[in-house]
Unconditional design. Structure first.
Length: 267
């Protein structure tokens, strides 16, 4: 059983939902990422989603686009991100880490070298936004051989046929994008999310994480009442953006945000 599956099994036994914060590796400087990862776990994160900086993050809105730009100012590469995970694993061997990014850096490294390096670093899952299951059979086989969970996105417009196909290619969990649009989009209709999750649960036993539109403790609690995991990205990254000139404030502010979310989810 993978670290991701073990974590969801543990949470289910406790009657709790996973809190999954996202940060872009290297934002706003490479030295802060690993300490921030540990601080997020201490604040209540169950799984970490670590973004690989990319020059054309097409699924992301301005907040995470700018995070990628800040990281790329420091030339943070995929290999640098894997080294950060290795450093994180020196103190934490239990918290699952998922890499979120785009296919190009993986293609440049090579699928087999990437999968082996990711496994050796302690990565547990890979969410590659622009790799649909239909075009990724060979890549997915490489990931699975390296015991990396391939994680895919579902959307409000996904049909039952599409949901079944994506879930059949997934492991660890599936990620439901609650809004039509890019990361950082505005409104969130929890009733509509609950209705769609009911359809998805009829087609898979995998845990379902919900992301996009979760901004604060209140929205995290509402989503946790219908989902297996709450994924929060832009709200976390905004704390980094607001404190680029005062980086010492970044970790305390993000920790406070996640503690509030965790408390609200557990209430």
């Amino acid at each position: 059983m993978s670290r991701i599956a073990e974590r969801f099994a543990k949470l289910k036994a406790e009657g709790r939902q996973a809190l999954i914060p996202y940060v872009t590796a290297g934002d706003c400087n490479p030295e802060i990422t690993v300490p921030l990862m540990h601080a997020m776990v201490e604040a209540g994160a169950d799984i970490l989603e670590l973004g690989v900086p990319f020059s054309d993050p097409m699924a992301d809105g301005p907040v995470i686009q700018q995070a990628c730009e800040r990281a790329l100012l420091h030339n943070v590469s995929l290999r640098d991100v894997l080294e950060m995970v290795s450093q994180f694993r020196e103190k934490d061997e239990e918290t699952p880490v998922v890499l979120m990014g785009y296919l190009n850096p993986i293609e440049v490294m090579g699928y087999v070298p990437f999968a082996q390096a990711a496994c050796d670093s302690g990565v547990d899952g890979v969410l590659t936004v622009d790799l649909p299951p239909e075009e990724g059979a060979a890549v997915l086989e490489i990931f699975k051989e390296a015991e990396l969970d391939p994680i895919f996105l579902l959307s409000p417009t996904s049909t039952a046929e599409r949901i079944g196909k994506i879930c059949a290619s997934s492991s660890g969990f599936v990620y439901y994008v609650s809004l039509k649009g890019v990361t950082g989009s505005a409104s969130l209709d929890v009733d509509a999310v609950a209705e769609k999750l009911g359809q998805i649960r009829g087609l898979t036993d995998l845990p379902i994480g919900v992301g996009f539109g979760i901004r604060d403790a209140e929205s995290a609690a509402k989503v946790s009442s219908v989902a297996d995991a709450v994924v929060v990205g832009s709200a976390v990254v905004n704390r980094i953006a607001a404190n680029v000139e005062q980086p010492e404030k970044i970790i305390p502010e993000i920790a406070a945000l996640l503690k509030d979310m965790r408390m609200a989810m557990d209430a």
